[in-house]
Design a protein around this ligand. Structure first.
Ligand code: FMN
Length: 338
């Protein structure tokens, strides 16, 4: 199947939750949470896209670059591209349930590995959600990263142990899930955490700890101070709080202060190899992609995801060639104009 065919199948299977628009930008699905959209007016999802679109690339073809290197090292893993599958849960209430939570996780983890990269899995009110991710990671020799909701401390630590037993590469908390009413309604309250509480989580494990959902320099500094090995600069794809800035807007100030101290990953609105390179130029070392991964997996399972990531890799290489970037490990900001 080619990408157009994958999208066609996904469109049928995701009806009416996701229309698989020509550009996945949060306009048509605004307010659809549960669903695939952004919360409220949808402005935070749209801001992610708009922030990236504001930057333009300086075309450059007088240089020595011939074969751009897209490989990236995350902790001890060498990945073919600095792009990974974002944690996504709620197959039934967000995506219509044509694929079960278990199958979704399995396809994301396997498809990512087939493309030479890593899949992340999430957590939610139904135990099936975290459990499905852990099972898929276990089945694939630990090659995956589970992200836990900011639950009660003992509940998080219990899930961190499951990640360790599965042999996961790293583990983390999506701290921006702190206000999710759906979790409280199902008797599993989530909340913001103090730096001390986060430090306790970091110290409870020998796995690298990731804090996902950082949108300010102040909180990025706290993440570093409490010993997080990586942050994900993210507004959760605009699904948590209306009227946040776009990720590409806040990323440079965070990266300029903290790059080299911890791994900086970013997500939100990344749709192409061009977008990947823009995020890297703004200071991310790697990115996650969310909704298009859902389309790839609903369209053709792990093969669909492999195809999607391979397309991203080709676009990224081509964009590097045409902006004079030899390696994703060193992307100068001045390839951008804007
Ligand atoms: C349907 C849906 C479910 C999600 N579930 C989770 C989750 O369980 N845990 C988490 O950390 N992030 C979750 N996210 C956020 C993604 O990991 C990611 O931050 C976001 O989708 C990136 O934006 P993009 O979709 O525009 O690429 C979810 C996003 C969507 C669209």
């Amino acid at each position: 199947m080619n990408w157009q065919e994958v999208k066609k199948v996904a469109k049928e299977k995701l009806k009416p939750y996701c229309r698989v628009c020509p550009v996945c930008n949060g306009v048509v699905c605004a307010g659809e949470v549960p669903g695939m959209g952004g919360v409220g007016t949808g402005s935070s999802f749209k801001a992610n896209i708009e922030a990236l679109n504001r930057y333009k690339l300086n075309l450059s073809t007088i240089h020595e670059v011939r074969q751009p290197d897209t490989t990236f090292k995350l902790f001890n893993e060498t990945l073919s591209i600095p792009v990974m599958a974002a944690p996504i849960t709620g197959s039934t209430y967000n995506m219509g349930g044509a694929i079960t939570e278990e199958v979704y996780c399995e396809e994301v983890i396997s498809g990512s590995l087939m493309a030479g990269t890593i899949g992340w899995t999430g957590d939610g009110a139904d135990p099936l959600m975290y459990g499905s991710g852990i099972e898929a990671i276990k089945k694939n020799n630990g090659k995956g990263i589970p992200i836990i909701k900011p639950r009660a401390q003992d509940e998080i630590i219990r899930r961190i142990k499951l990640a360790e037993e599965a042999g996961a590469i790293a583990v983390g908390v999506d701290i921006d899930g702190a206000g999710l009413i759906t979790m409280a309604l199902k008797g599993q309250p989530v909340s913001p955490k103090s730096p001390k509480e986060l430090e306790e989580l970091v110290k409870s494990t020998s796995l690298p700890f990731i804090l996902k959902g950082i949108m300010t320099l102040r909180e990025a500094k706290i993440a570093y101070e409490i010993g997080a090995k990586a942050i994900v600069v993210s507004n959760h794809g605009g699904r948590i709080l209306d009227h946040t800035p776009g990720v590409a807007e806040v990323l440079p100030e965070i990266a300029d202060s903290l790059k080299g101290k911890l791994t900086i990953i970013a997500d939100g609105g990344v749709r192409s190899g061009v977008d990947v390179l823009k995020m890297l130029a703004l200071g991310a070392e790697a990115v996650l992609i969310g909704r298009p991964v859902v389309v790839a997996v609903f369209g053709n399972g792990r093969e669909g995801l492999k195809l999607y990531f391979n397309n991203i890799k080709n676009e990224l290489s081509q964009t590097m060639l045409l902006t004079g970037v030899s390696s994703v490990m060193n992307v100068p900001r001045d390839i951008l104009r804007g």
